[in-house]
Structures are given as C-alpha cells and as structure tokens.
Design a protein around this ligand. Structure first.
Ligand code: GLA
Length: 379
C-alpha cells in the first residue's frame, strides 16, 4: 500500500492559508487587522485506528512519523511539533478523547511564504480530530489550542490573527478583527477591477522566528515603560502617539521606532477599513505602500528582496498598492493589480527580480475563500 494514499478516510478537512491586507505585527499589540482566508489550502484526510498511536504522512515532504499518544513531548523536527502540540492541548482540556488515527496531509500552500501554512496545519489538525472523535471543540478552542501549539511546541510567539483567519474566514470577505477584544466583523472584499496577487520572493531567512520573538519582546518592554506613568493602557496599539513621542528619551532609538510603527500601523488599518467602506481604492492602496515603508524602516522586518518587489510595484502603473505580508524576512508581497495588467506585471516584475537576485519569483493569484472545514466523510 502507498502510505501517502489513505483509502476511504473517515474525515476530510480543507484548511486555508491566509492573507492580511494591512495591520502587520499588530495582533500581539492589541490593534486591528484585516486578514482573510484564501483558496490555497491544505487537505488533511483522517482515519481512526484501534491503536494508541497516530501515523502521520506528509505527501509533499514524502515523510512520515509515528506519534505515541501517551507521550506527547516536543520533538526535533518542526512539522511533527504541529501535531504533537495540537494533540497535547486538546488532550489537556479533553482527556482521553483522542485515540489512534492515521492522517495524510497534502498542501498547495507554499511553506515559509508568509501565508501561514502553520496556522492552516494547526487548525486543520484540530478541526479534523474534533470531527473524528466527536470532541465538540468550539471555534475559539480550535483557535487557541492552535496558537498555543505554535507558541510552545513550534516556538514562535505569534499573535492570534492567523489562526483566527483560518477558522473564521469567509468567501469574498475580509475579517476586520480587533485583537484586544476579538470582536470582529466581515467586510466585503470588493477590489474589482483589481485582483490580489501574491508574489513569493522565494527567500526565507532563518531569522524569521527569533527576530519575530524579539520584536514582540521590544513591544512588551516598551509598553511596560509606558504603563509606569500611564497604567490605563493594556495594549500598545491603544497608546496615543503623542505619549510615545513625549517619552522618547526613555527608549532606545530602535525600540522607539518600533513603538511608533505599531501605533501608526494601527491607525493605517482603521483608515484602510474606512477607505474600503467609502470605496476609495486609491487611498486603500496608498496605505498599503505606507505600511511597507513602516515595516521596512521602523519595524525592520523586511529584506532587500521584498523591498525590491515593493519598489517595483510602486513604479508600475496598474498596481494600486503593495507591501510585504506576514512576519517578514522573506515570503510574499501582496499586490493589488488591475486585472488588465496582471499578466504584463507578473512577467515584467519576474524578469527584473531574476536579473537582480537570480531567483525565480512565484506568483499566486488568490481568491478569498472560506475557513477550515469538513468537506466530506468519504466512507
Ligand atoms: C505571523 C504571526 C501573526 C502576525 C503576523 C504579522 O504571521 O503568526 O500572529 O503577528 O506574523 O502580522
């Protein structure tokens, strides 16, 4: 038997990647973000077995591993830890619910590209196990168990945005999410005549996770100092810019710039949501470019390849807005491109990028789609 084909699975789940239009590095600072689930997805097929073990196969990596359900410890191989972590948190709250199973994972989400293949995997595992063993997990449990697995088993101290978007995503809608309260509303994603094009730089800097955690730490330290005089603020994104400006001498220059970035980006996100409501796409696009400048110069999470792509986009007529997307240090840029120009744009920017860096750019035209779901019981 080919281990990568699961004959008559009990449950099949699809779990999407996510984009974020604007509001980057804002979720863990309690501000607003504007993400959506997309039509690049993982497929996870599950089948119950009568054992104490799980057998997990990755079709893309052509690798498999065996997981002892009674001994859930963080391992050395990153992708194993997604499973170990999610199973751990489900078992912790709902002991003895998960029995033996086989799972085959296949993906068309590019890995390390800033579209959160991680959250797609975590939430897909949680949703699949929930259905397979009738556990009755709520959406918020799927979101938080997945986030906790990422923090403590995978090792990135991420915010809530990715898991939230993967679970709550809805076709043709953006999610305007307030990360302090987790209140959210769906906003129609109406960009016509512009399309959403992701350009994968195909660079993945291995600093991504450690630098991410450092940014989060700088924000937390900055907030702690702000709170000494202003205890009413529980989230950095809520602090007025003026307060940070007045306290400038108390921060290192690098921390100061990070704090300013967060407050400005949160304001940009609110302005972008308003621009969408007003159907002012030009304003929306210019906020995307401004977001990139902040991520590059103040928050310092971009890299030369991403900057090149956004610079190119800003000089190309037909691109409404573009910026790096996700944690940074590589991955994709998100571009809003006029539908009549998409082919020409992809061709020209790909050529320029190859000349500059000798790297092939991978474009993805994406549509906004539903969140993680149980597509069928194939038995
Ligand atoms: C990663 C994290 C998210 C968020 C983004 C940056 O995708 O997982 O929580 O912080 O980076 O906006």
């Amino acid at each position: 038997m080919n281990p990568f084909e699961l004959k008559s699975p009990d449950i099949v789940i699809t779990s999407p990647g996510r984009i974020n239009l604007i509001g980057e590095h804002i979720d863990y600072n309690g501000g607003e973000v504007l993400p959506a689930a997309i039509d690049l997805k993982l497929k996870l097929s599950f089948k119950r077995t009568d054992t104490e073990e799980a057998f997990i196969f990755s079709k893309d990596l052509k690798e498999s591993f065996k997981l002892n359900l009674n001994k859930l410890q963080k391992g050395d191989i990153e992708w194993h830890n997604f499973f170990i972590g999610v199973v751990y948190y489900i078992q912790k709250k709902f002991p003895d619910t998960i029995k033996g199973f086989t799972c085959v994972v296949e993906s068309d989400i590019p890995f390390g590209a800033g579209v959160s293949s991680s959250a797609a995997l975590e939430c897909g595992i949680a949703k699949g196990l929930d259905k397979l063993f009738n556990i009755g997990l709520s959406d918020s449990e799927i979101i938080t168990f997945s986030r906790d697995a990422e923090h403590n088993f995978v090792g990135t101290k991420c915010g809530i945005m990715d898991q939230f978007a993967v679970v709550k995503g809805r076709k043709n809608s953006l999610i305007q999410l307030d990360c302090a309260t987790l209140n959210y509303k769906y906003v129609p994603a109406f960009f016509d005549p512009y399309c959403i094009v992701l350009l994968n730089s195909n660079v993945e800097h291995n600093l991504a996770s450690s630098e991410y955690n450092k940014r989060r730490q700088s924000c937390e330290e900055g907030l702690k100092i702000i709170k000494e005089k202003n205890p009413e603020f529980n989230y950095l994104a809520h602090v007025p810019l003026l307060i940070v400006q007045e306290m400038k001498p108390q921060f290192s220059l690098s921390t100061y710039q990070k704090l300013v970035y967060v407050i400005e980006e949160n304001e940009r996100t609110k302005a972008a949501a308003k621009a969408l409501e007003d159907k002012d796409l030009n304003r929306f696009g210019s906020l995307l470019f401004a977001s990139h400048q902040g991520l590059k110069s103040k928050y310092e999470v971009s890299c030369k390849e991403l900057d090149f792509l956004v610079d190119y986009a800003s000089s190309y007529e037909g691109v409404l807005g573009a910026r790096m997307m996700g944690g940074g240090f590589g991955g994709c840029t998100i571009n809003l491109v006029h539908k009549d120009k998409v082919v020409d744009y992809i061709h020209k920017i790909g050529k320029a990028y190859a000349e500059a860096f000798h790297i092939t750019l991978t474009p993805h035209m994406v549509a906004i789609d539903d969140g993680v779901k149980w597509i069928r019981n194939e038995k």
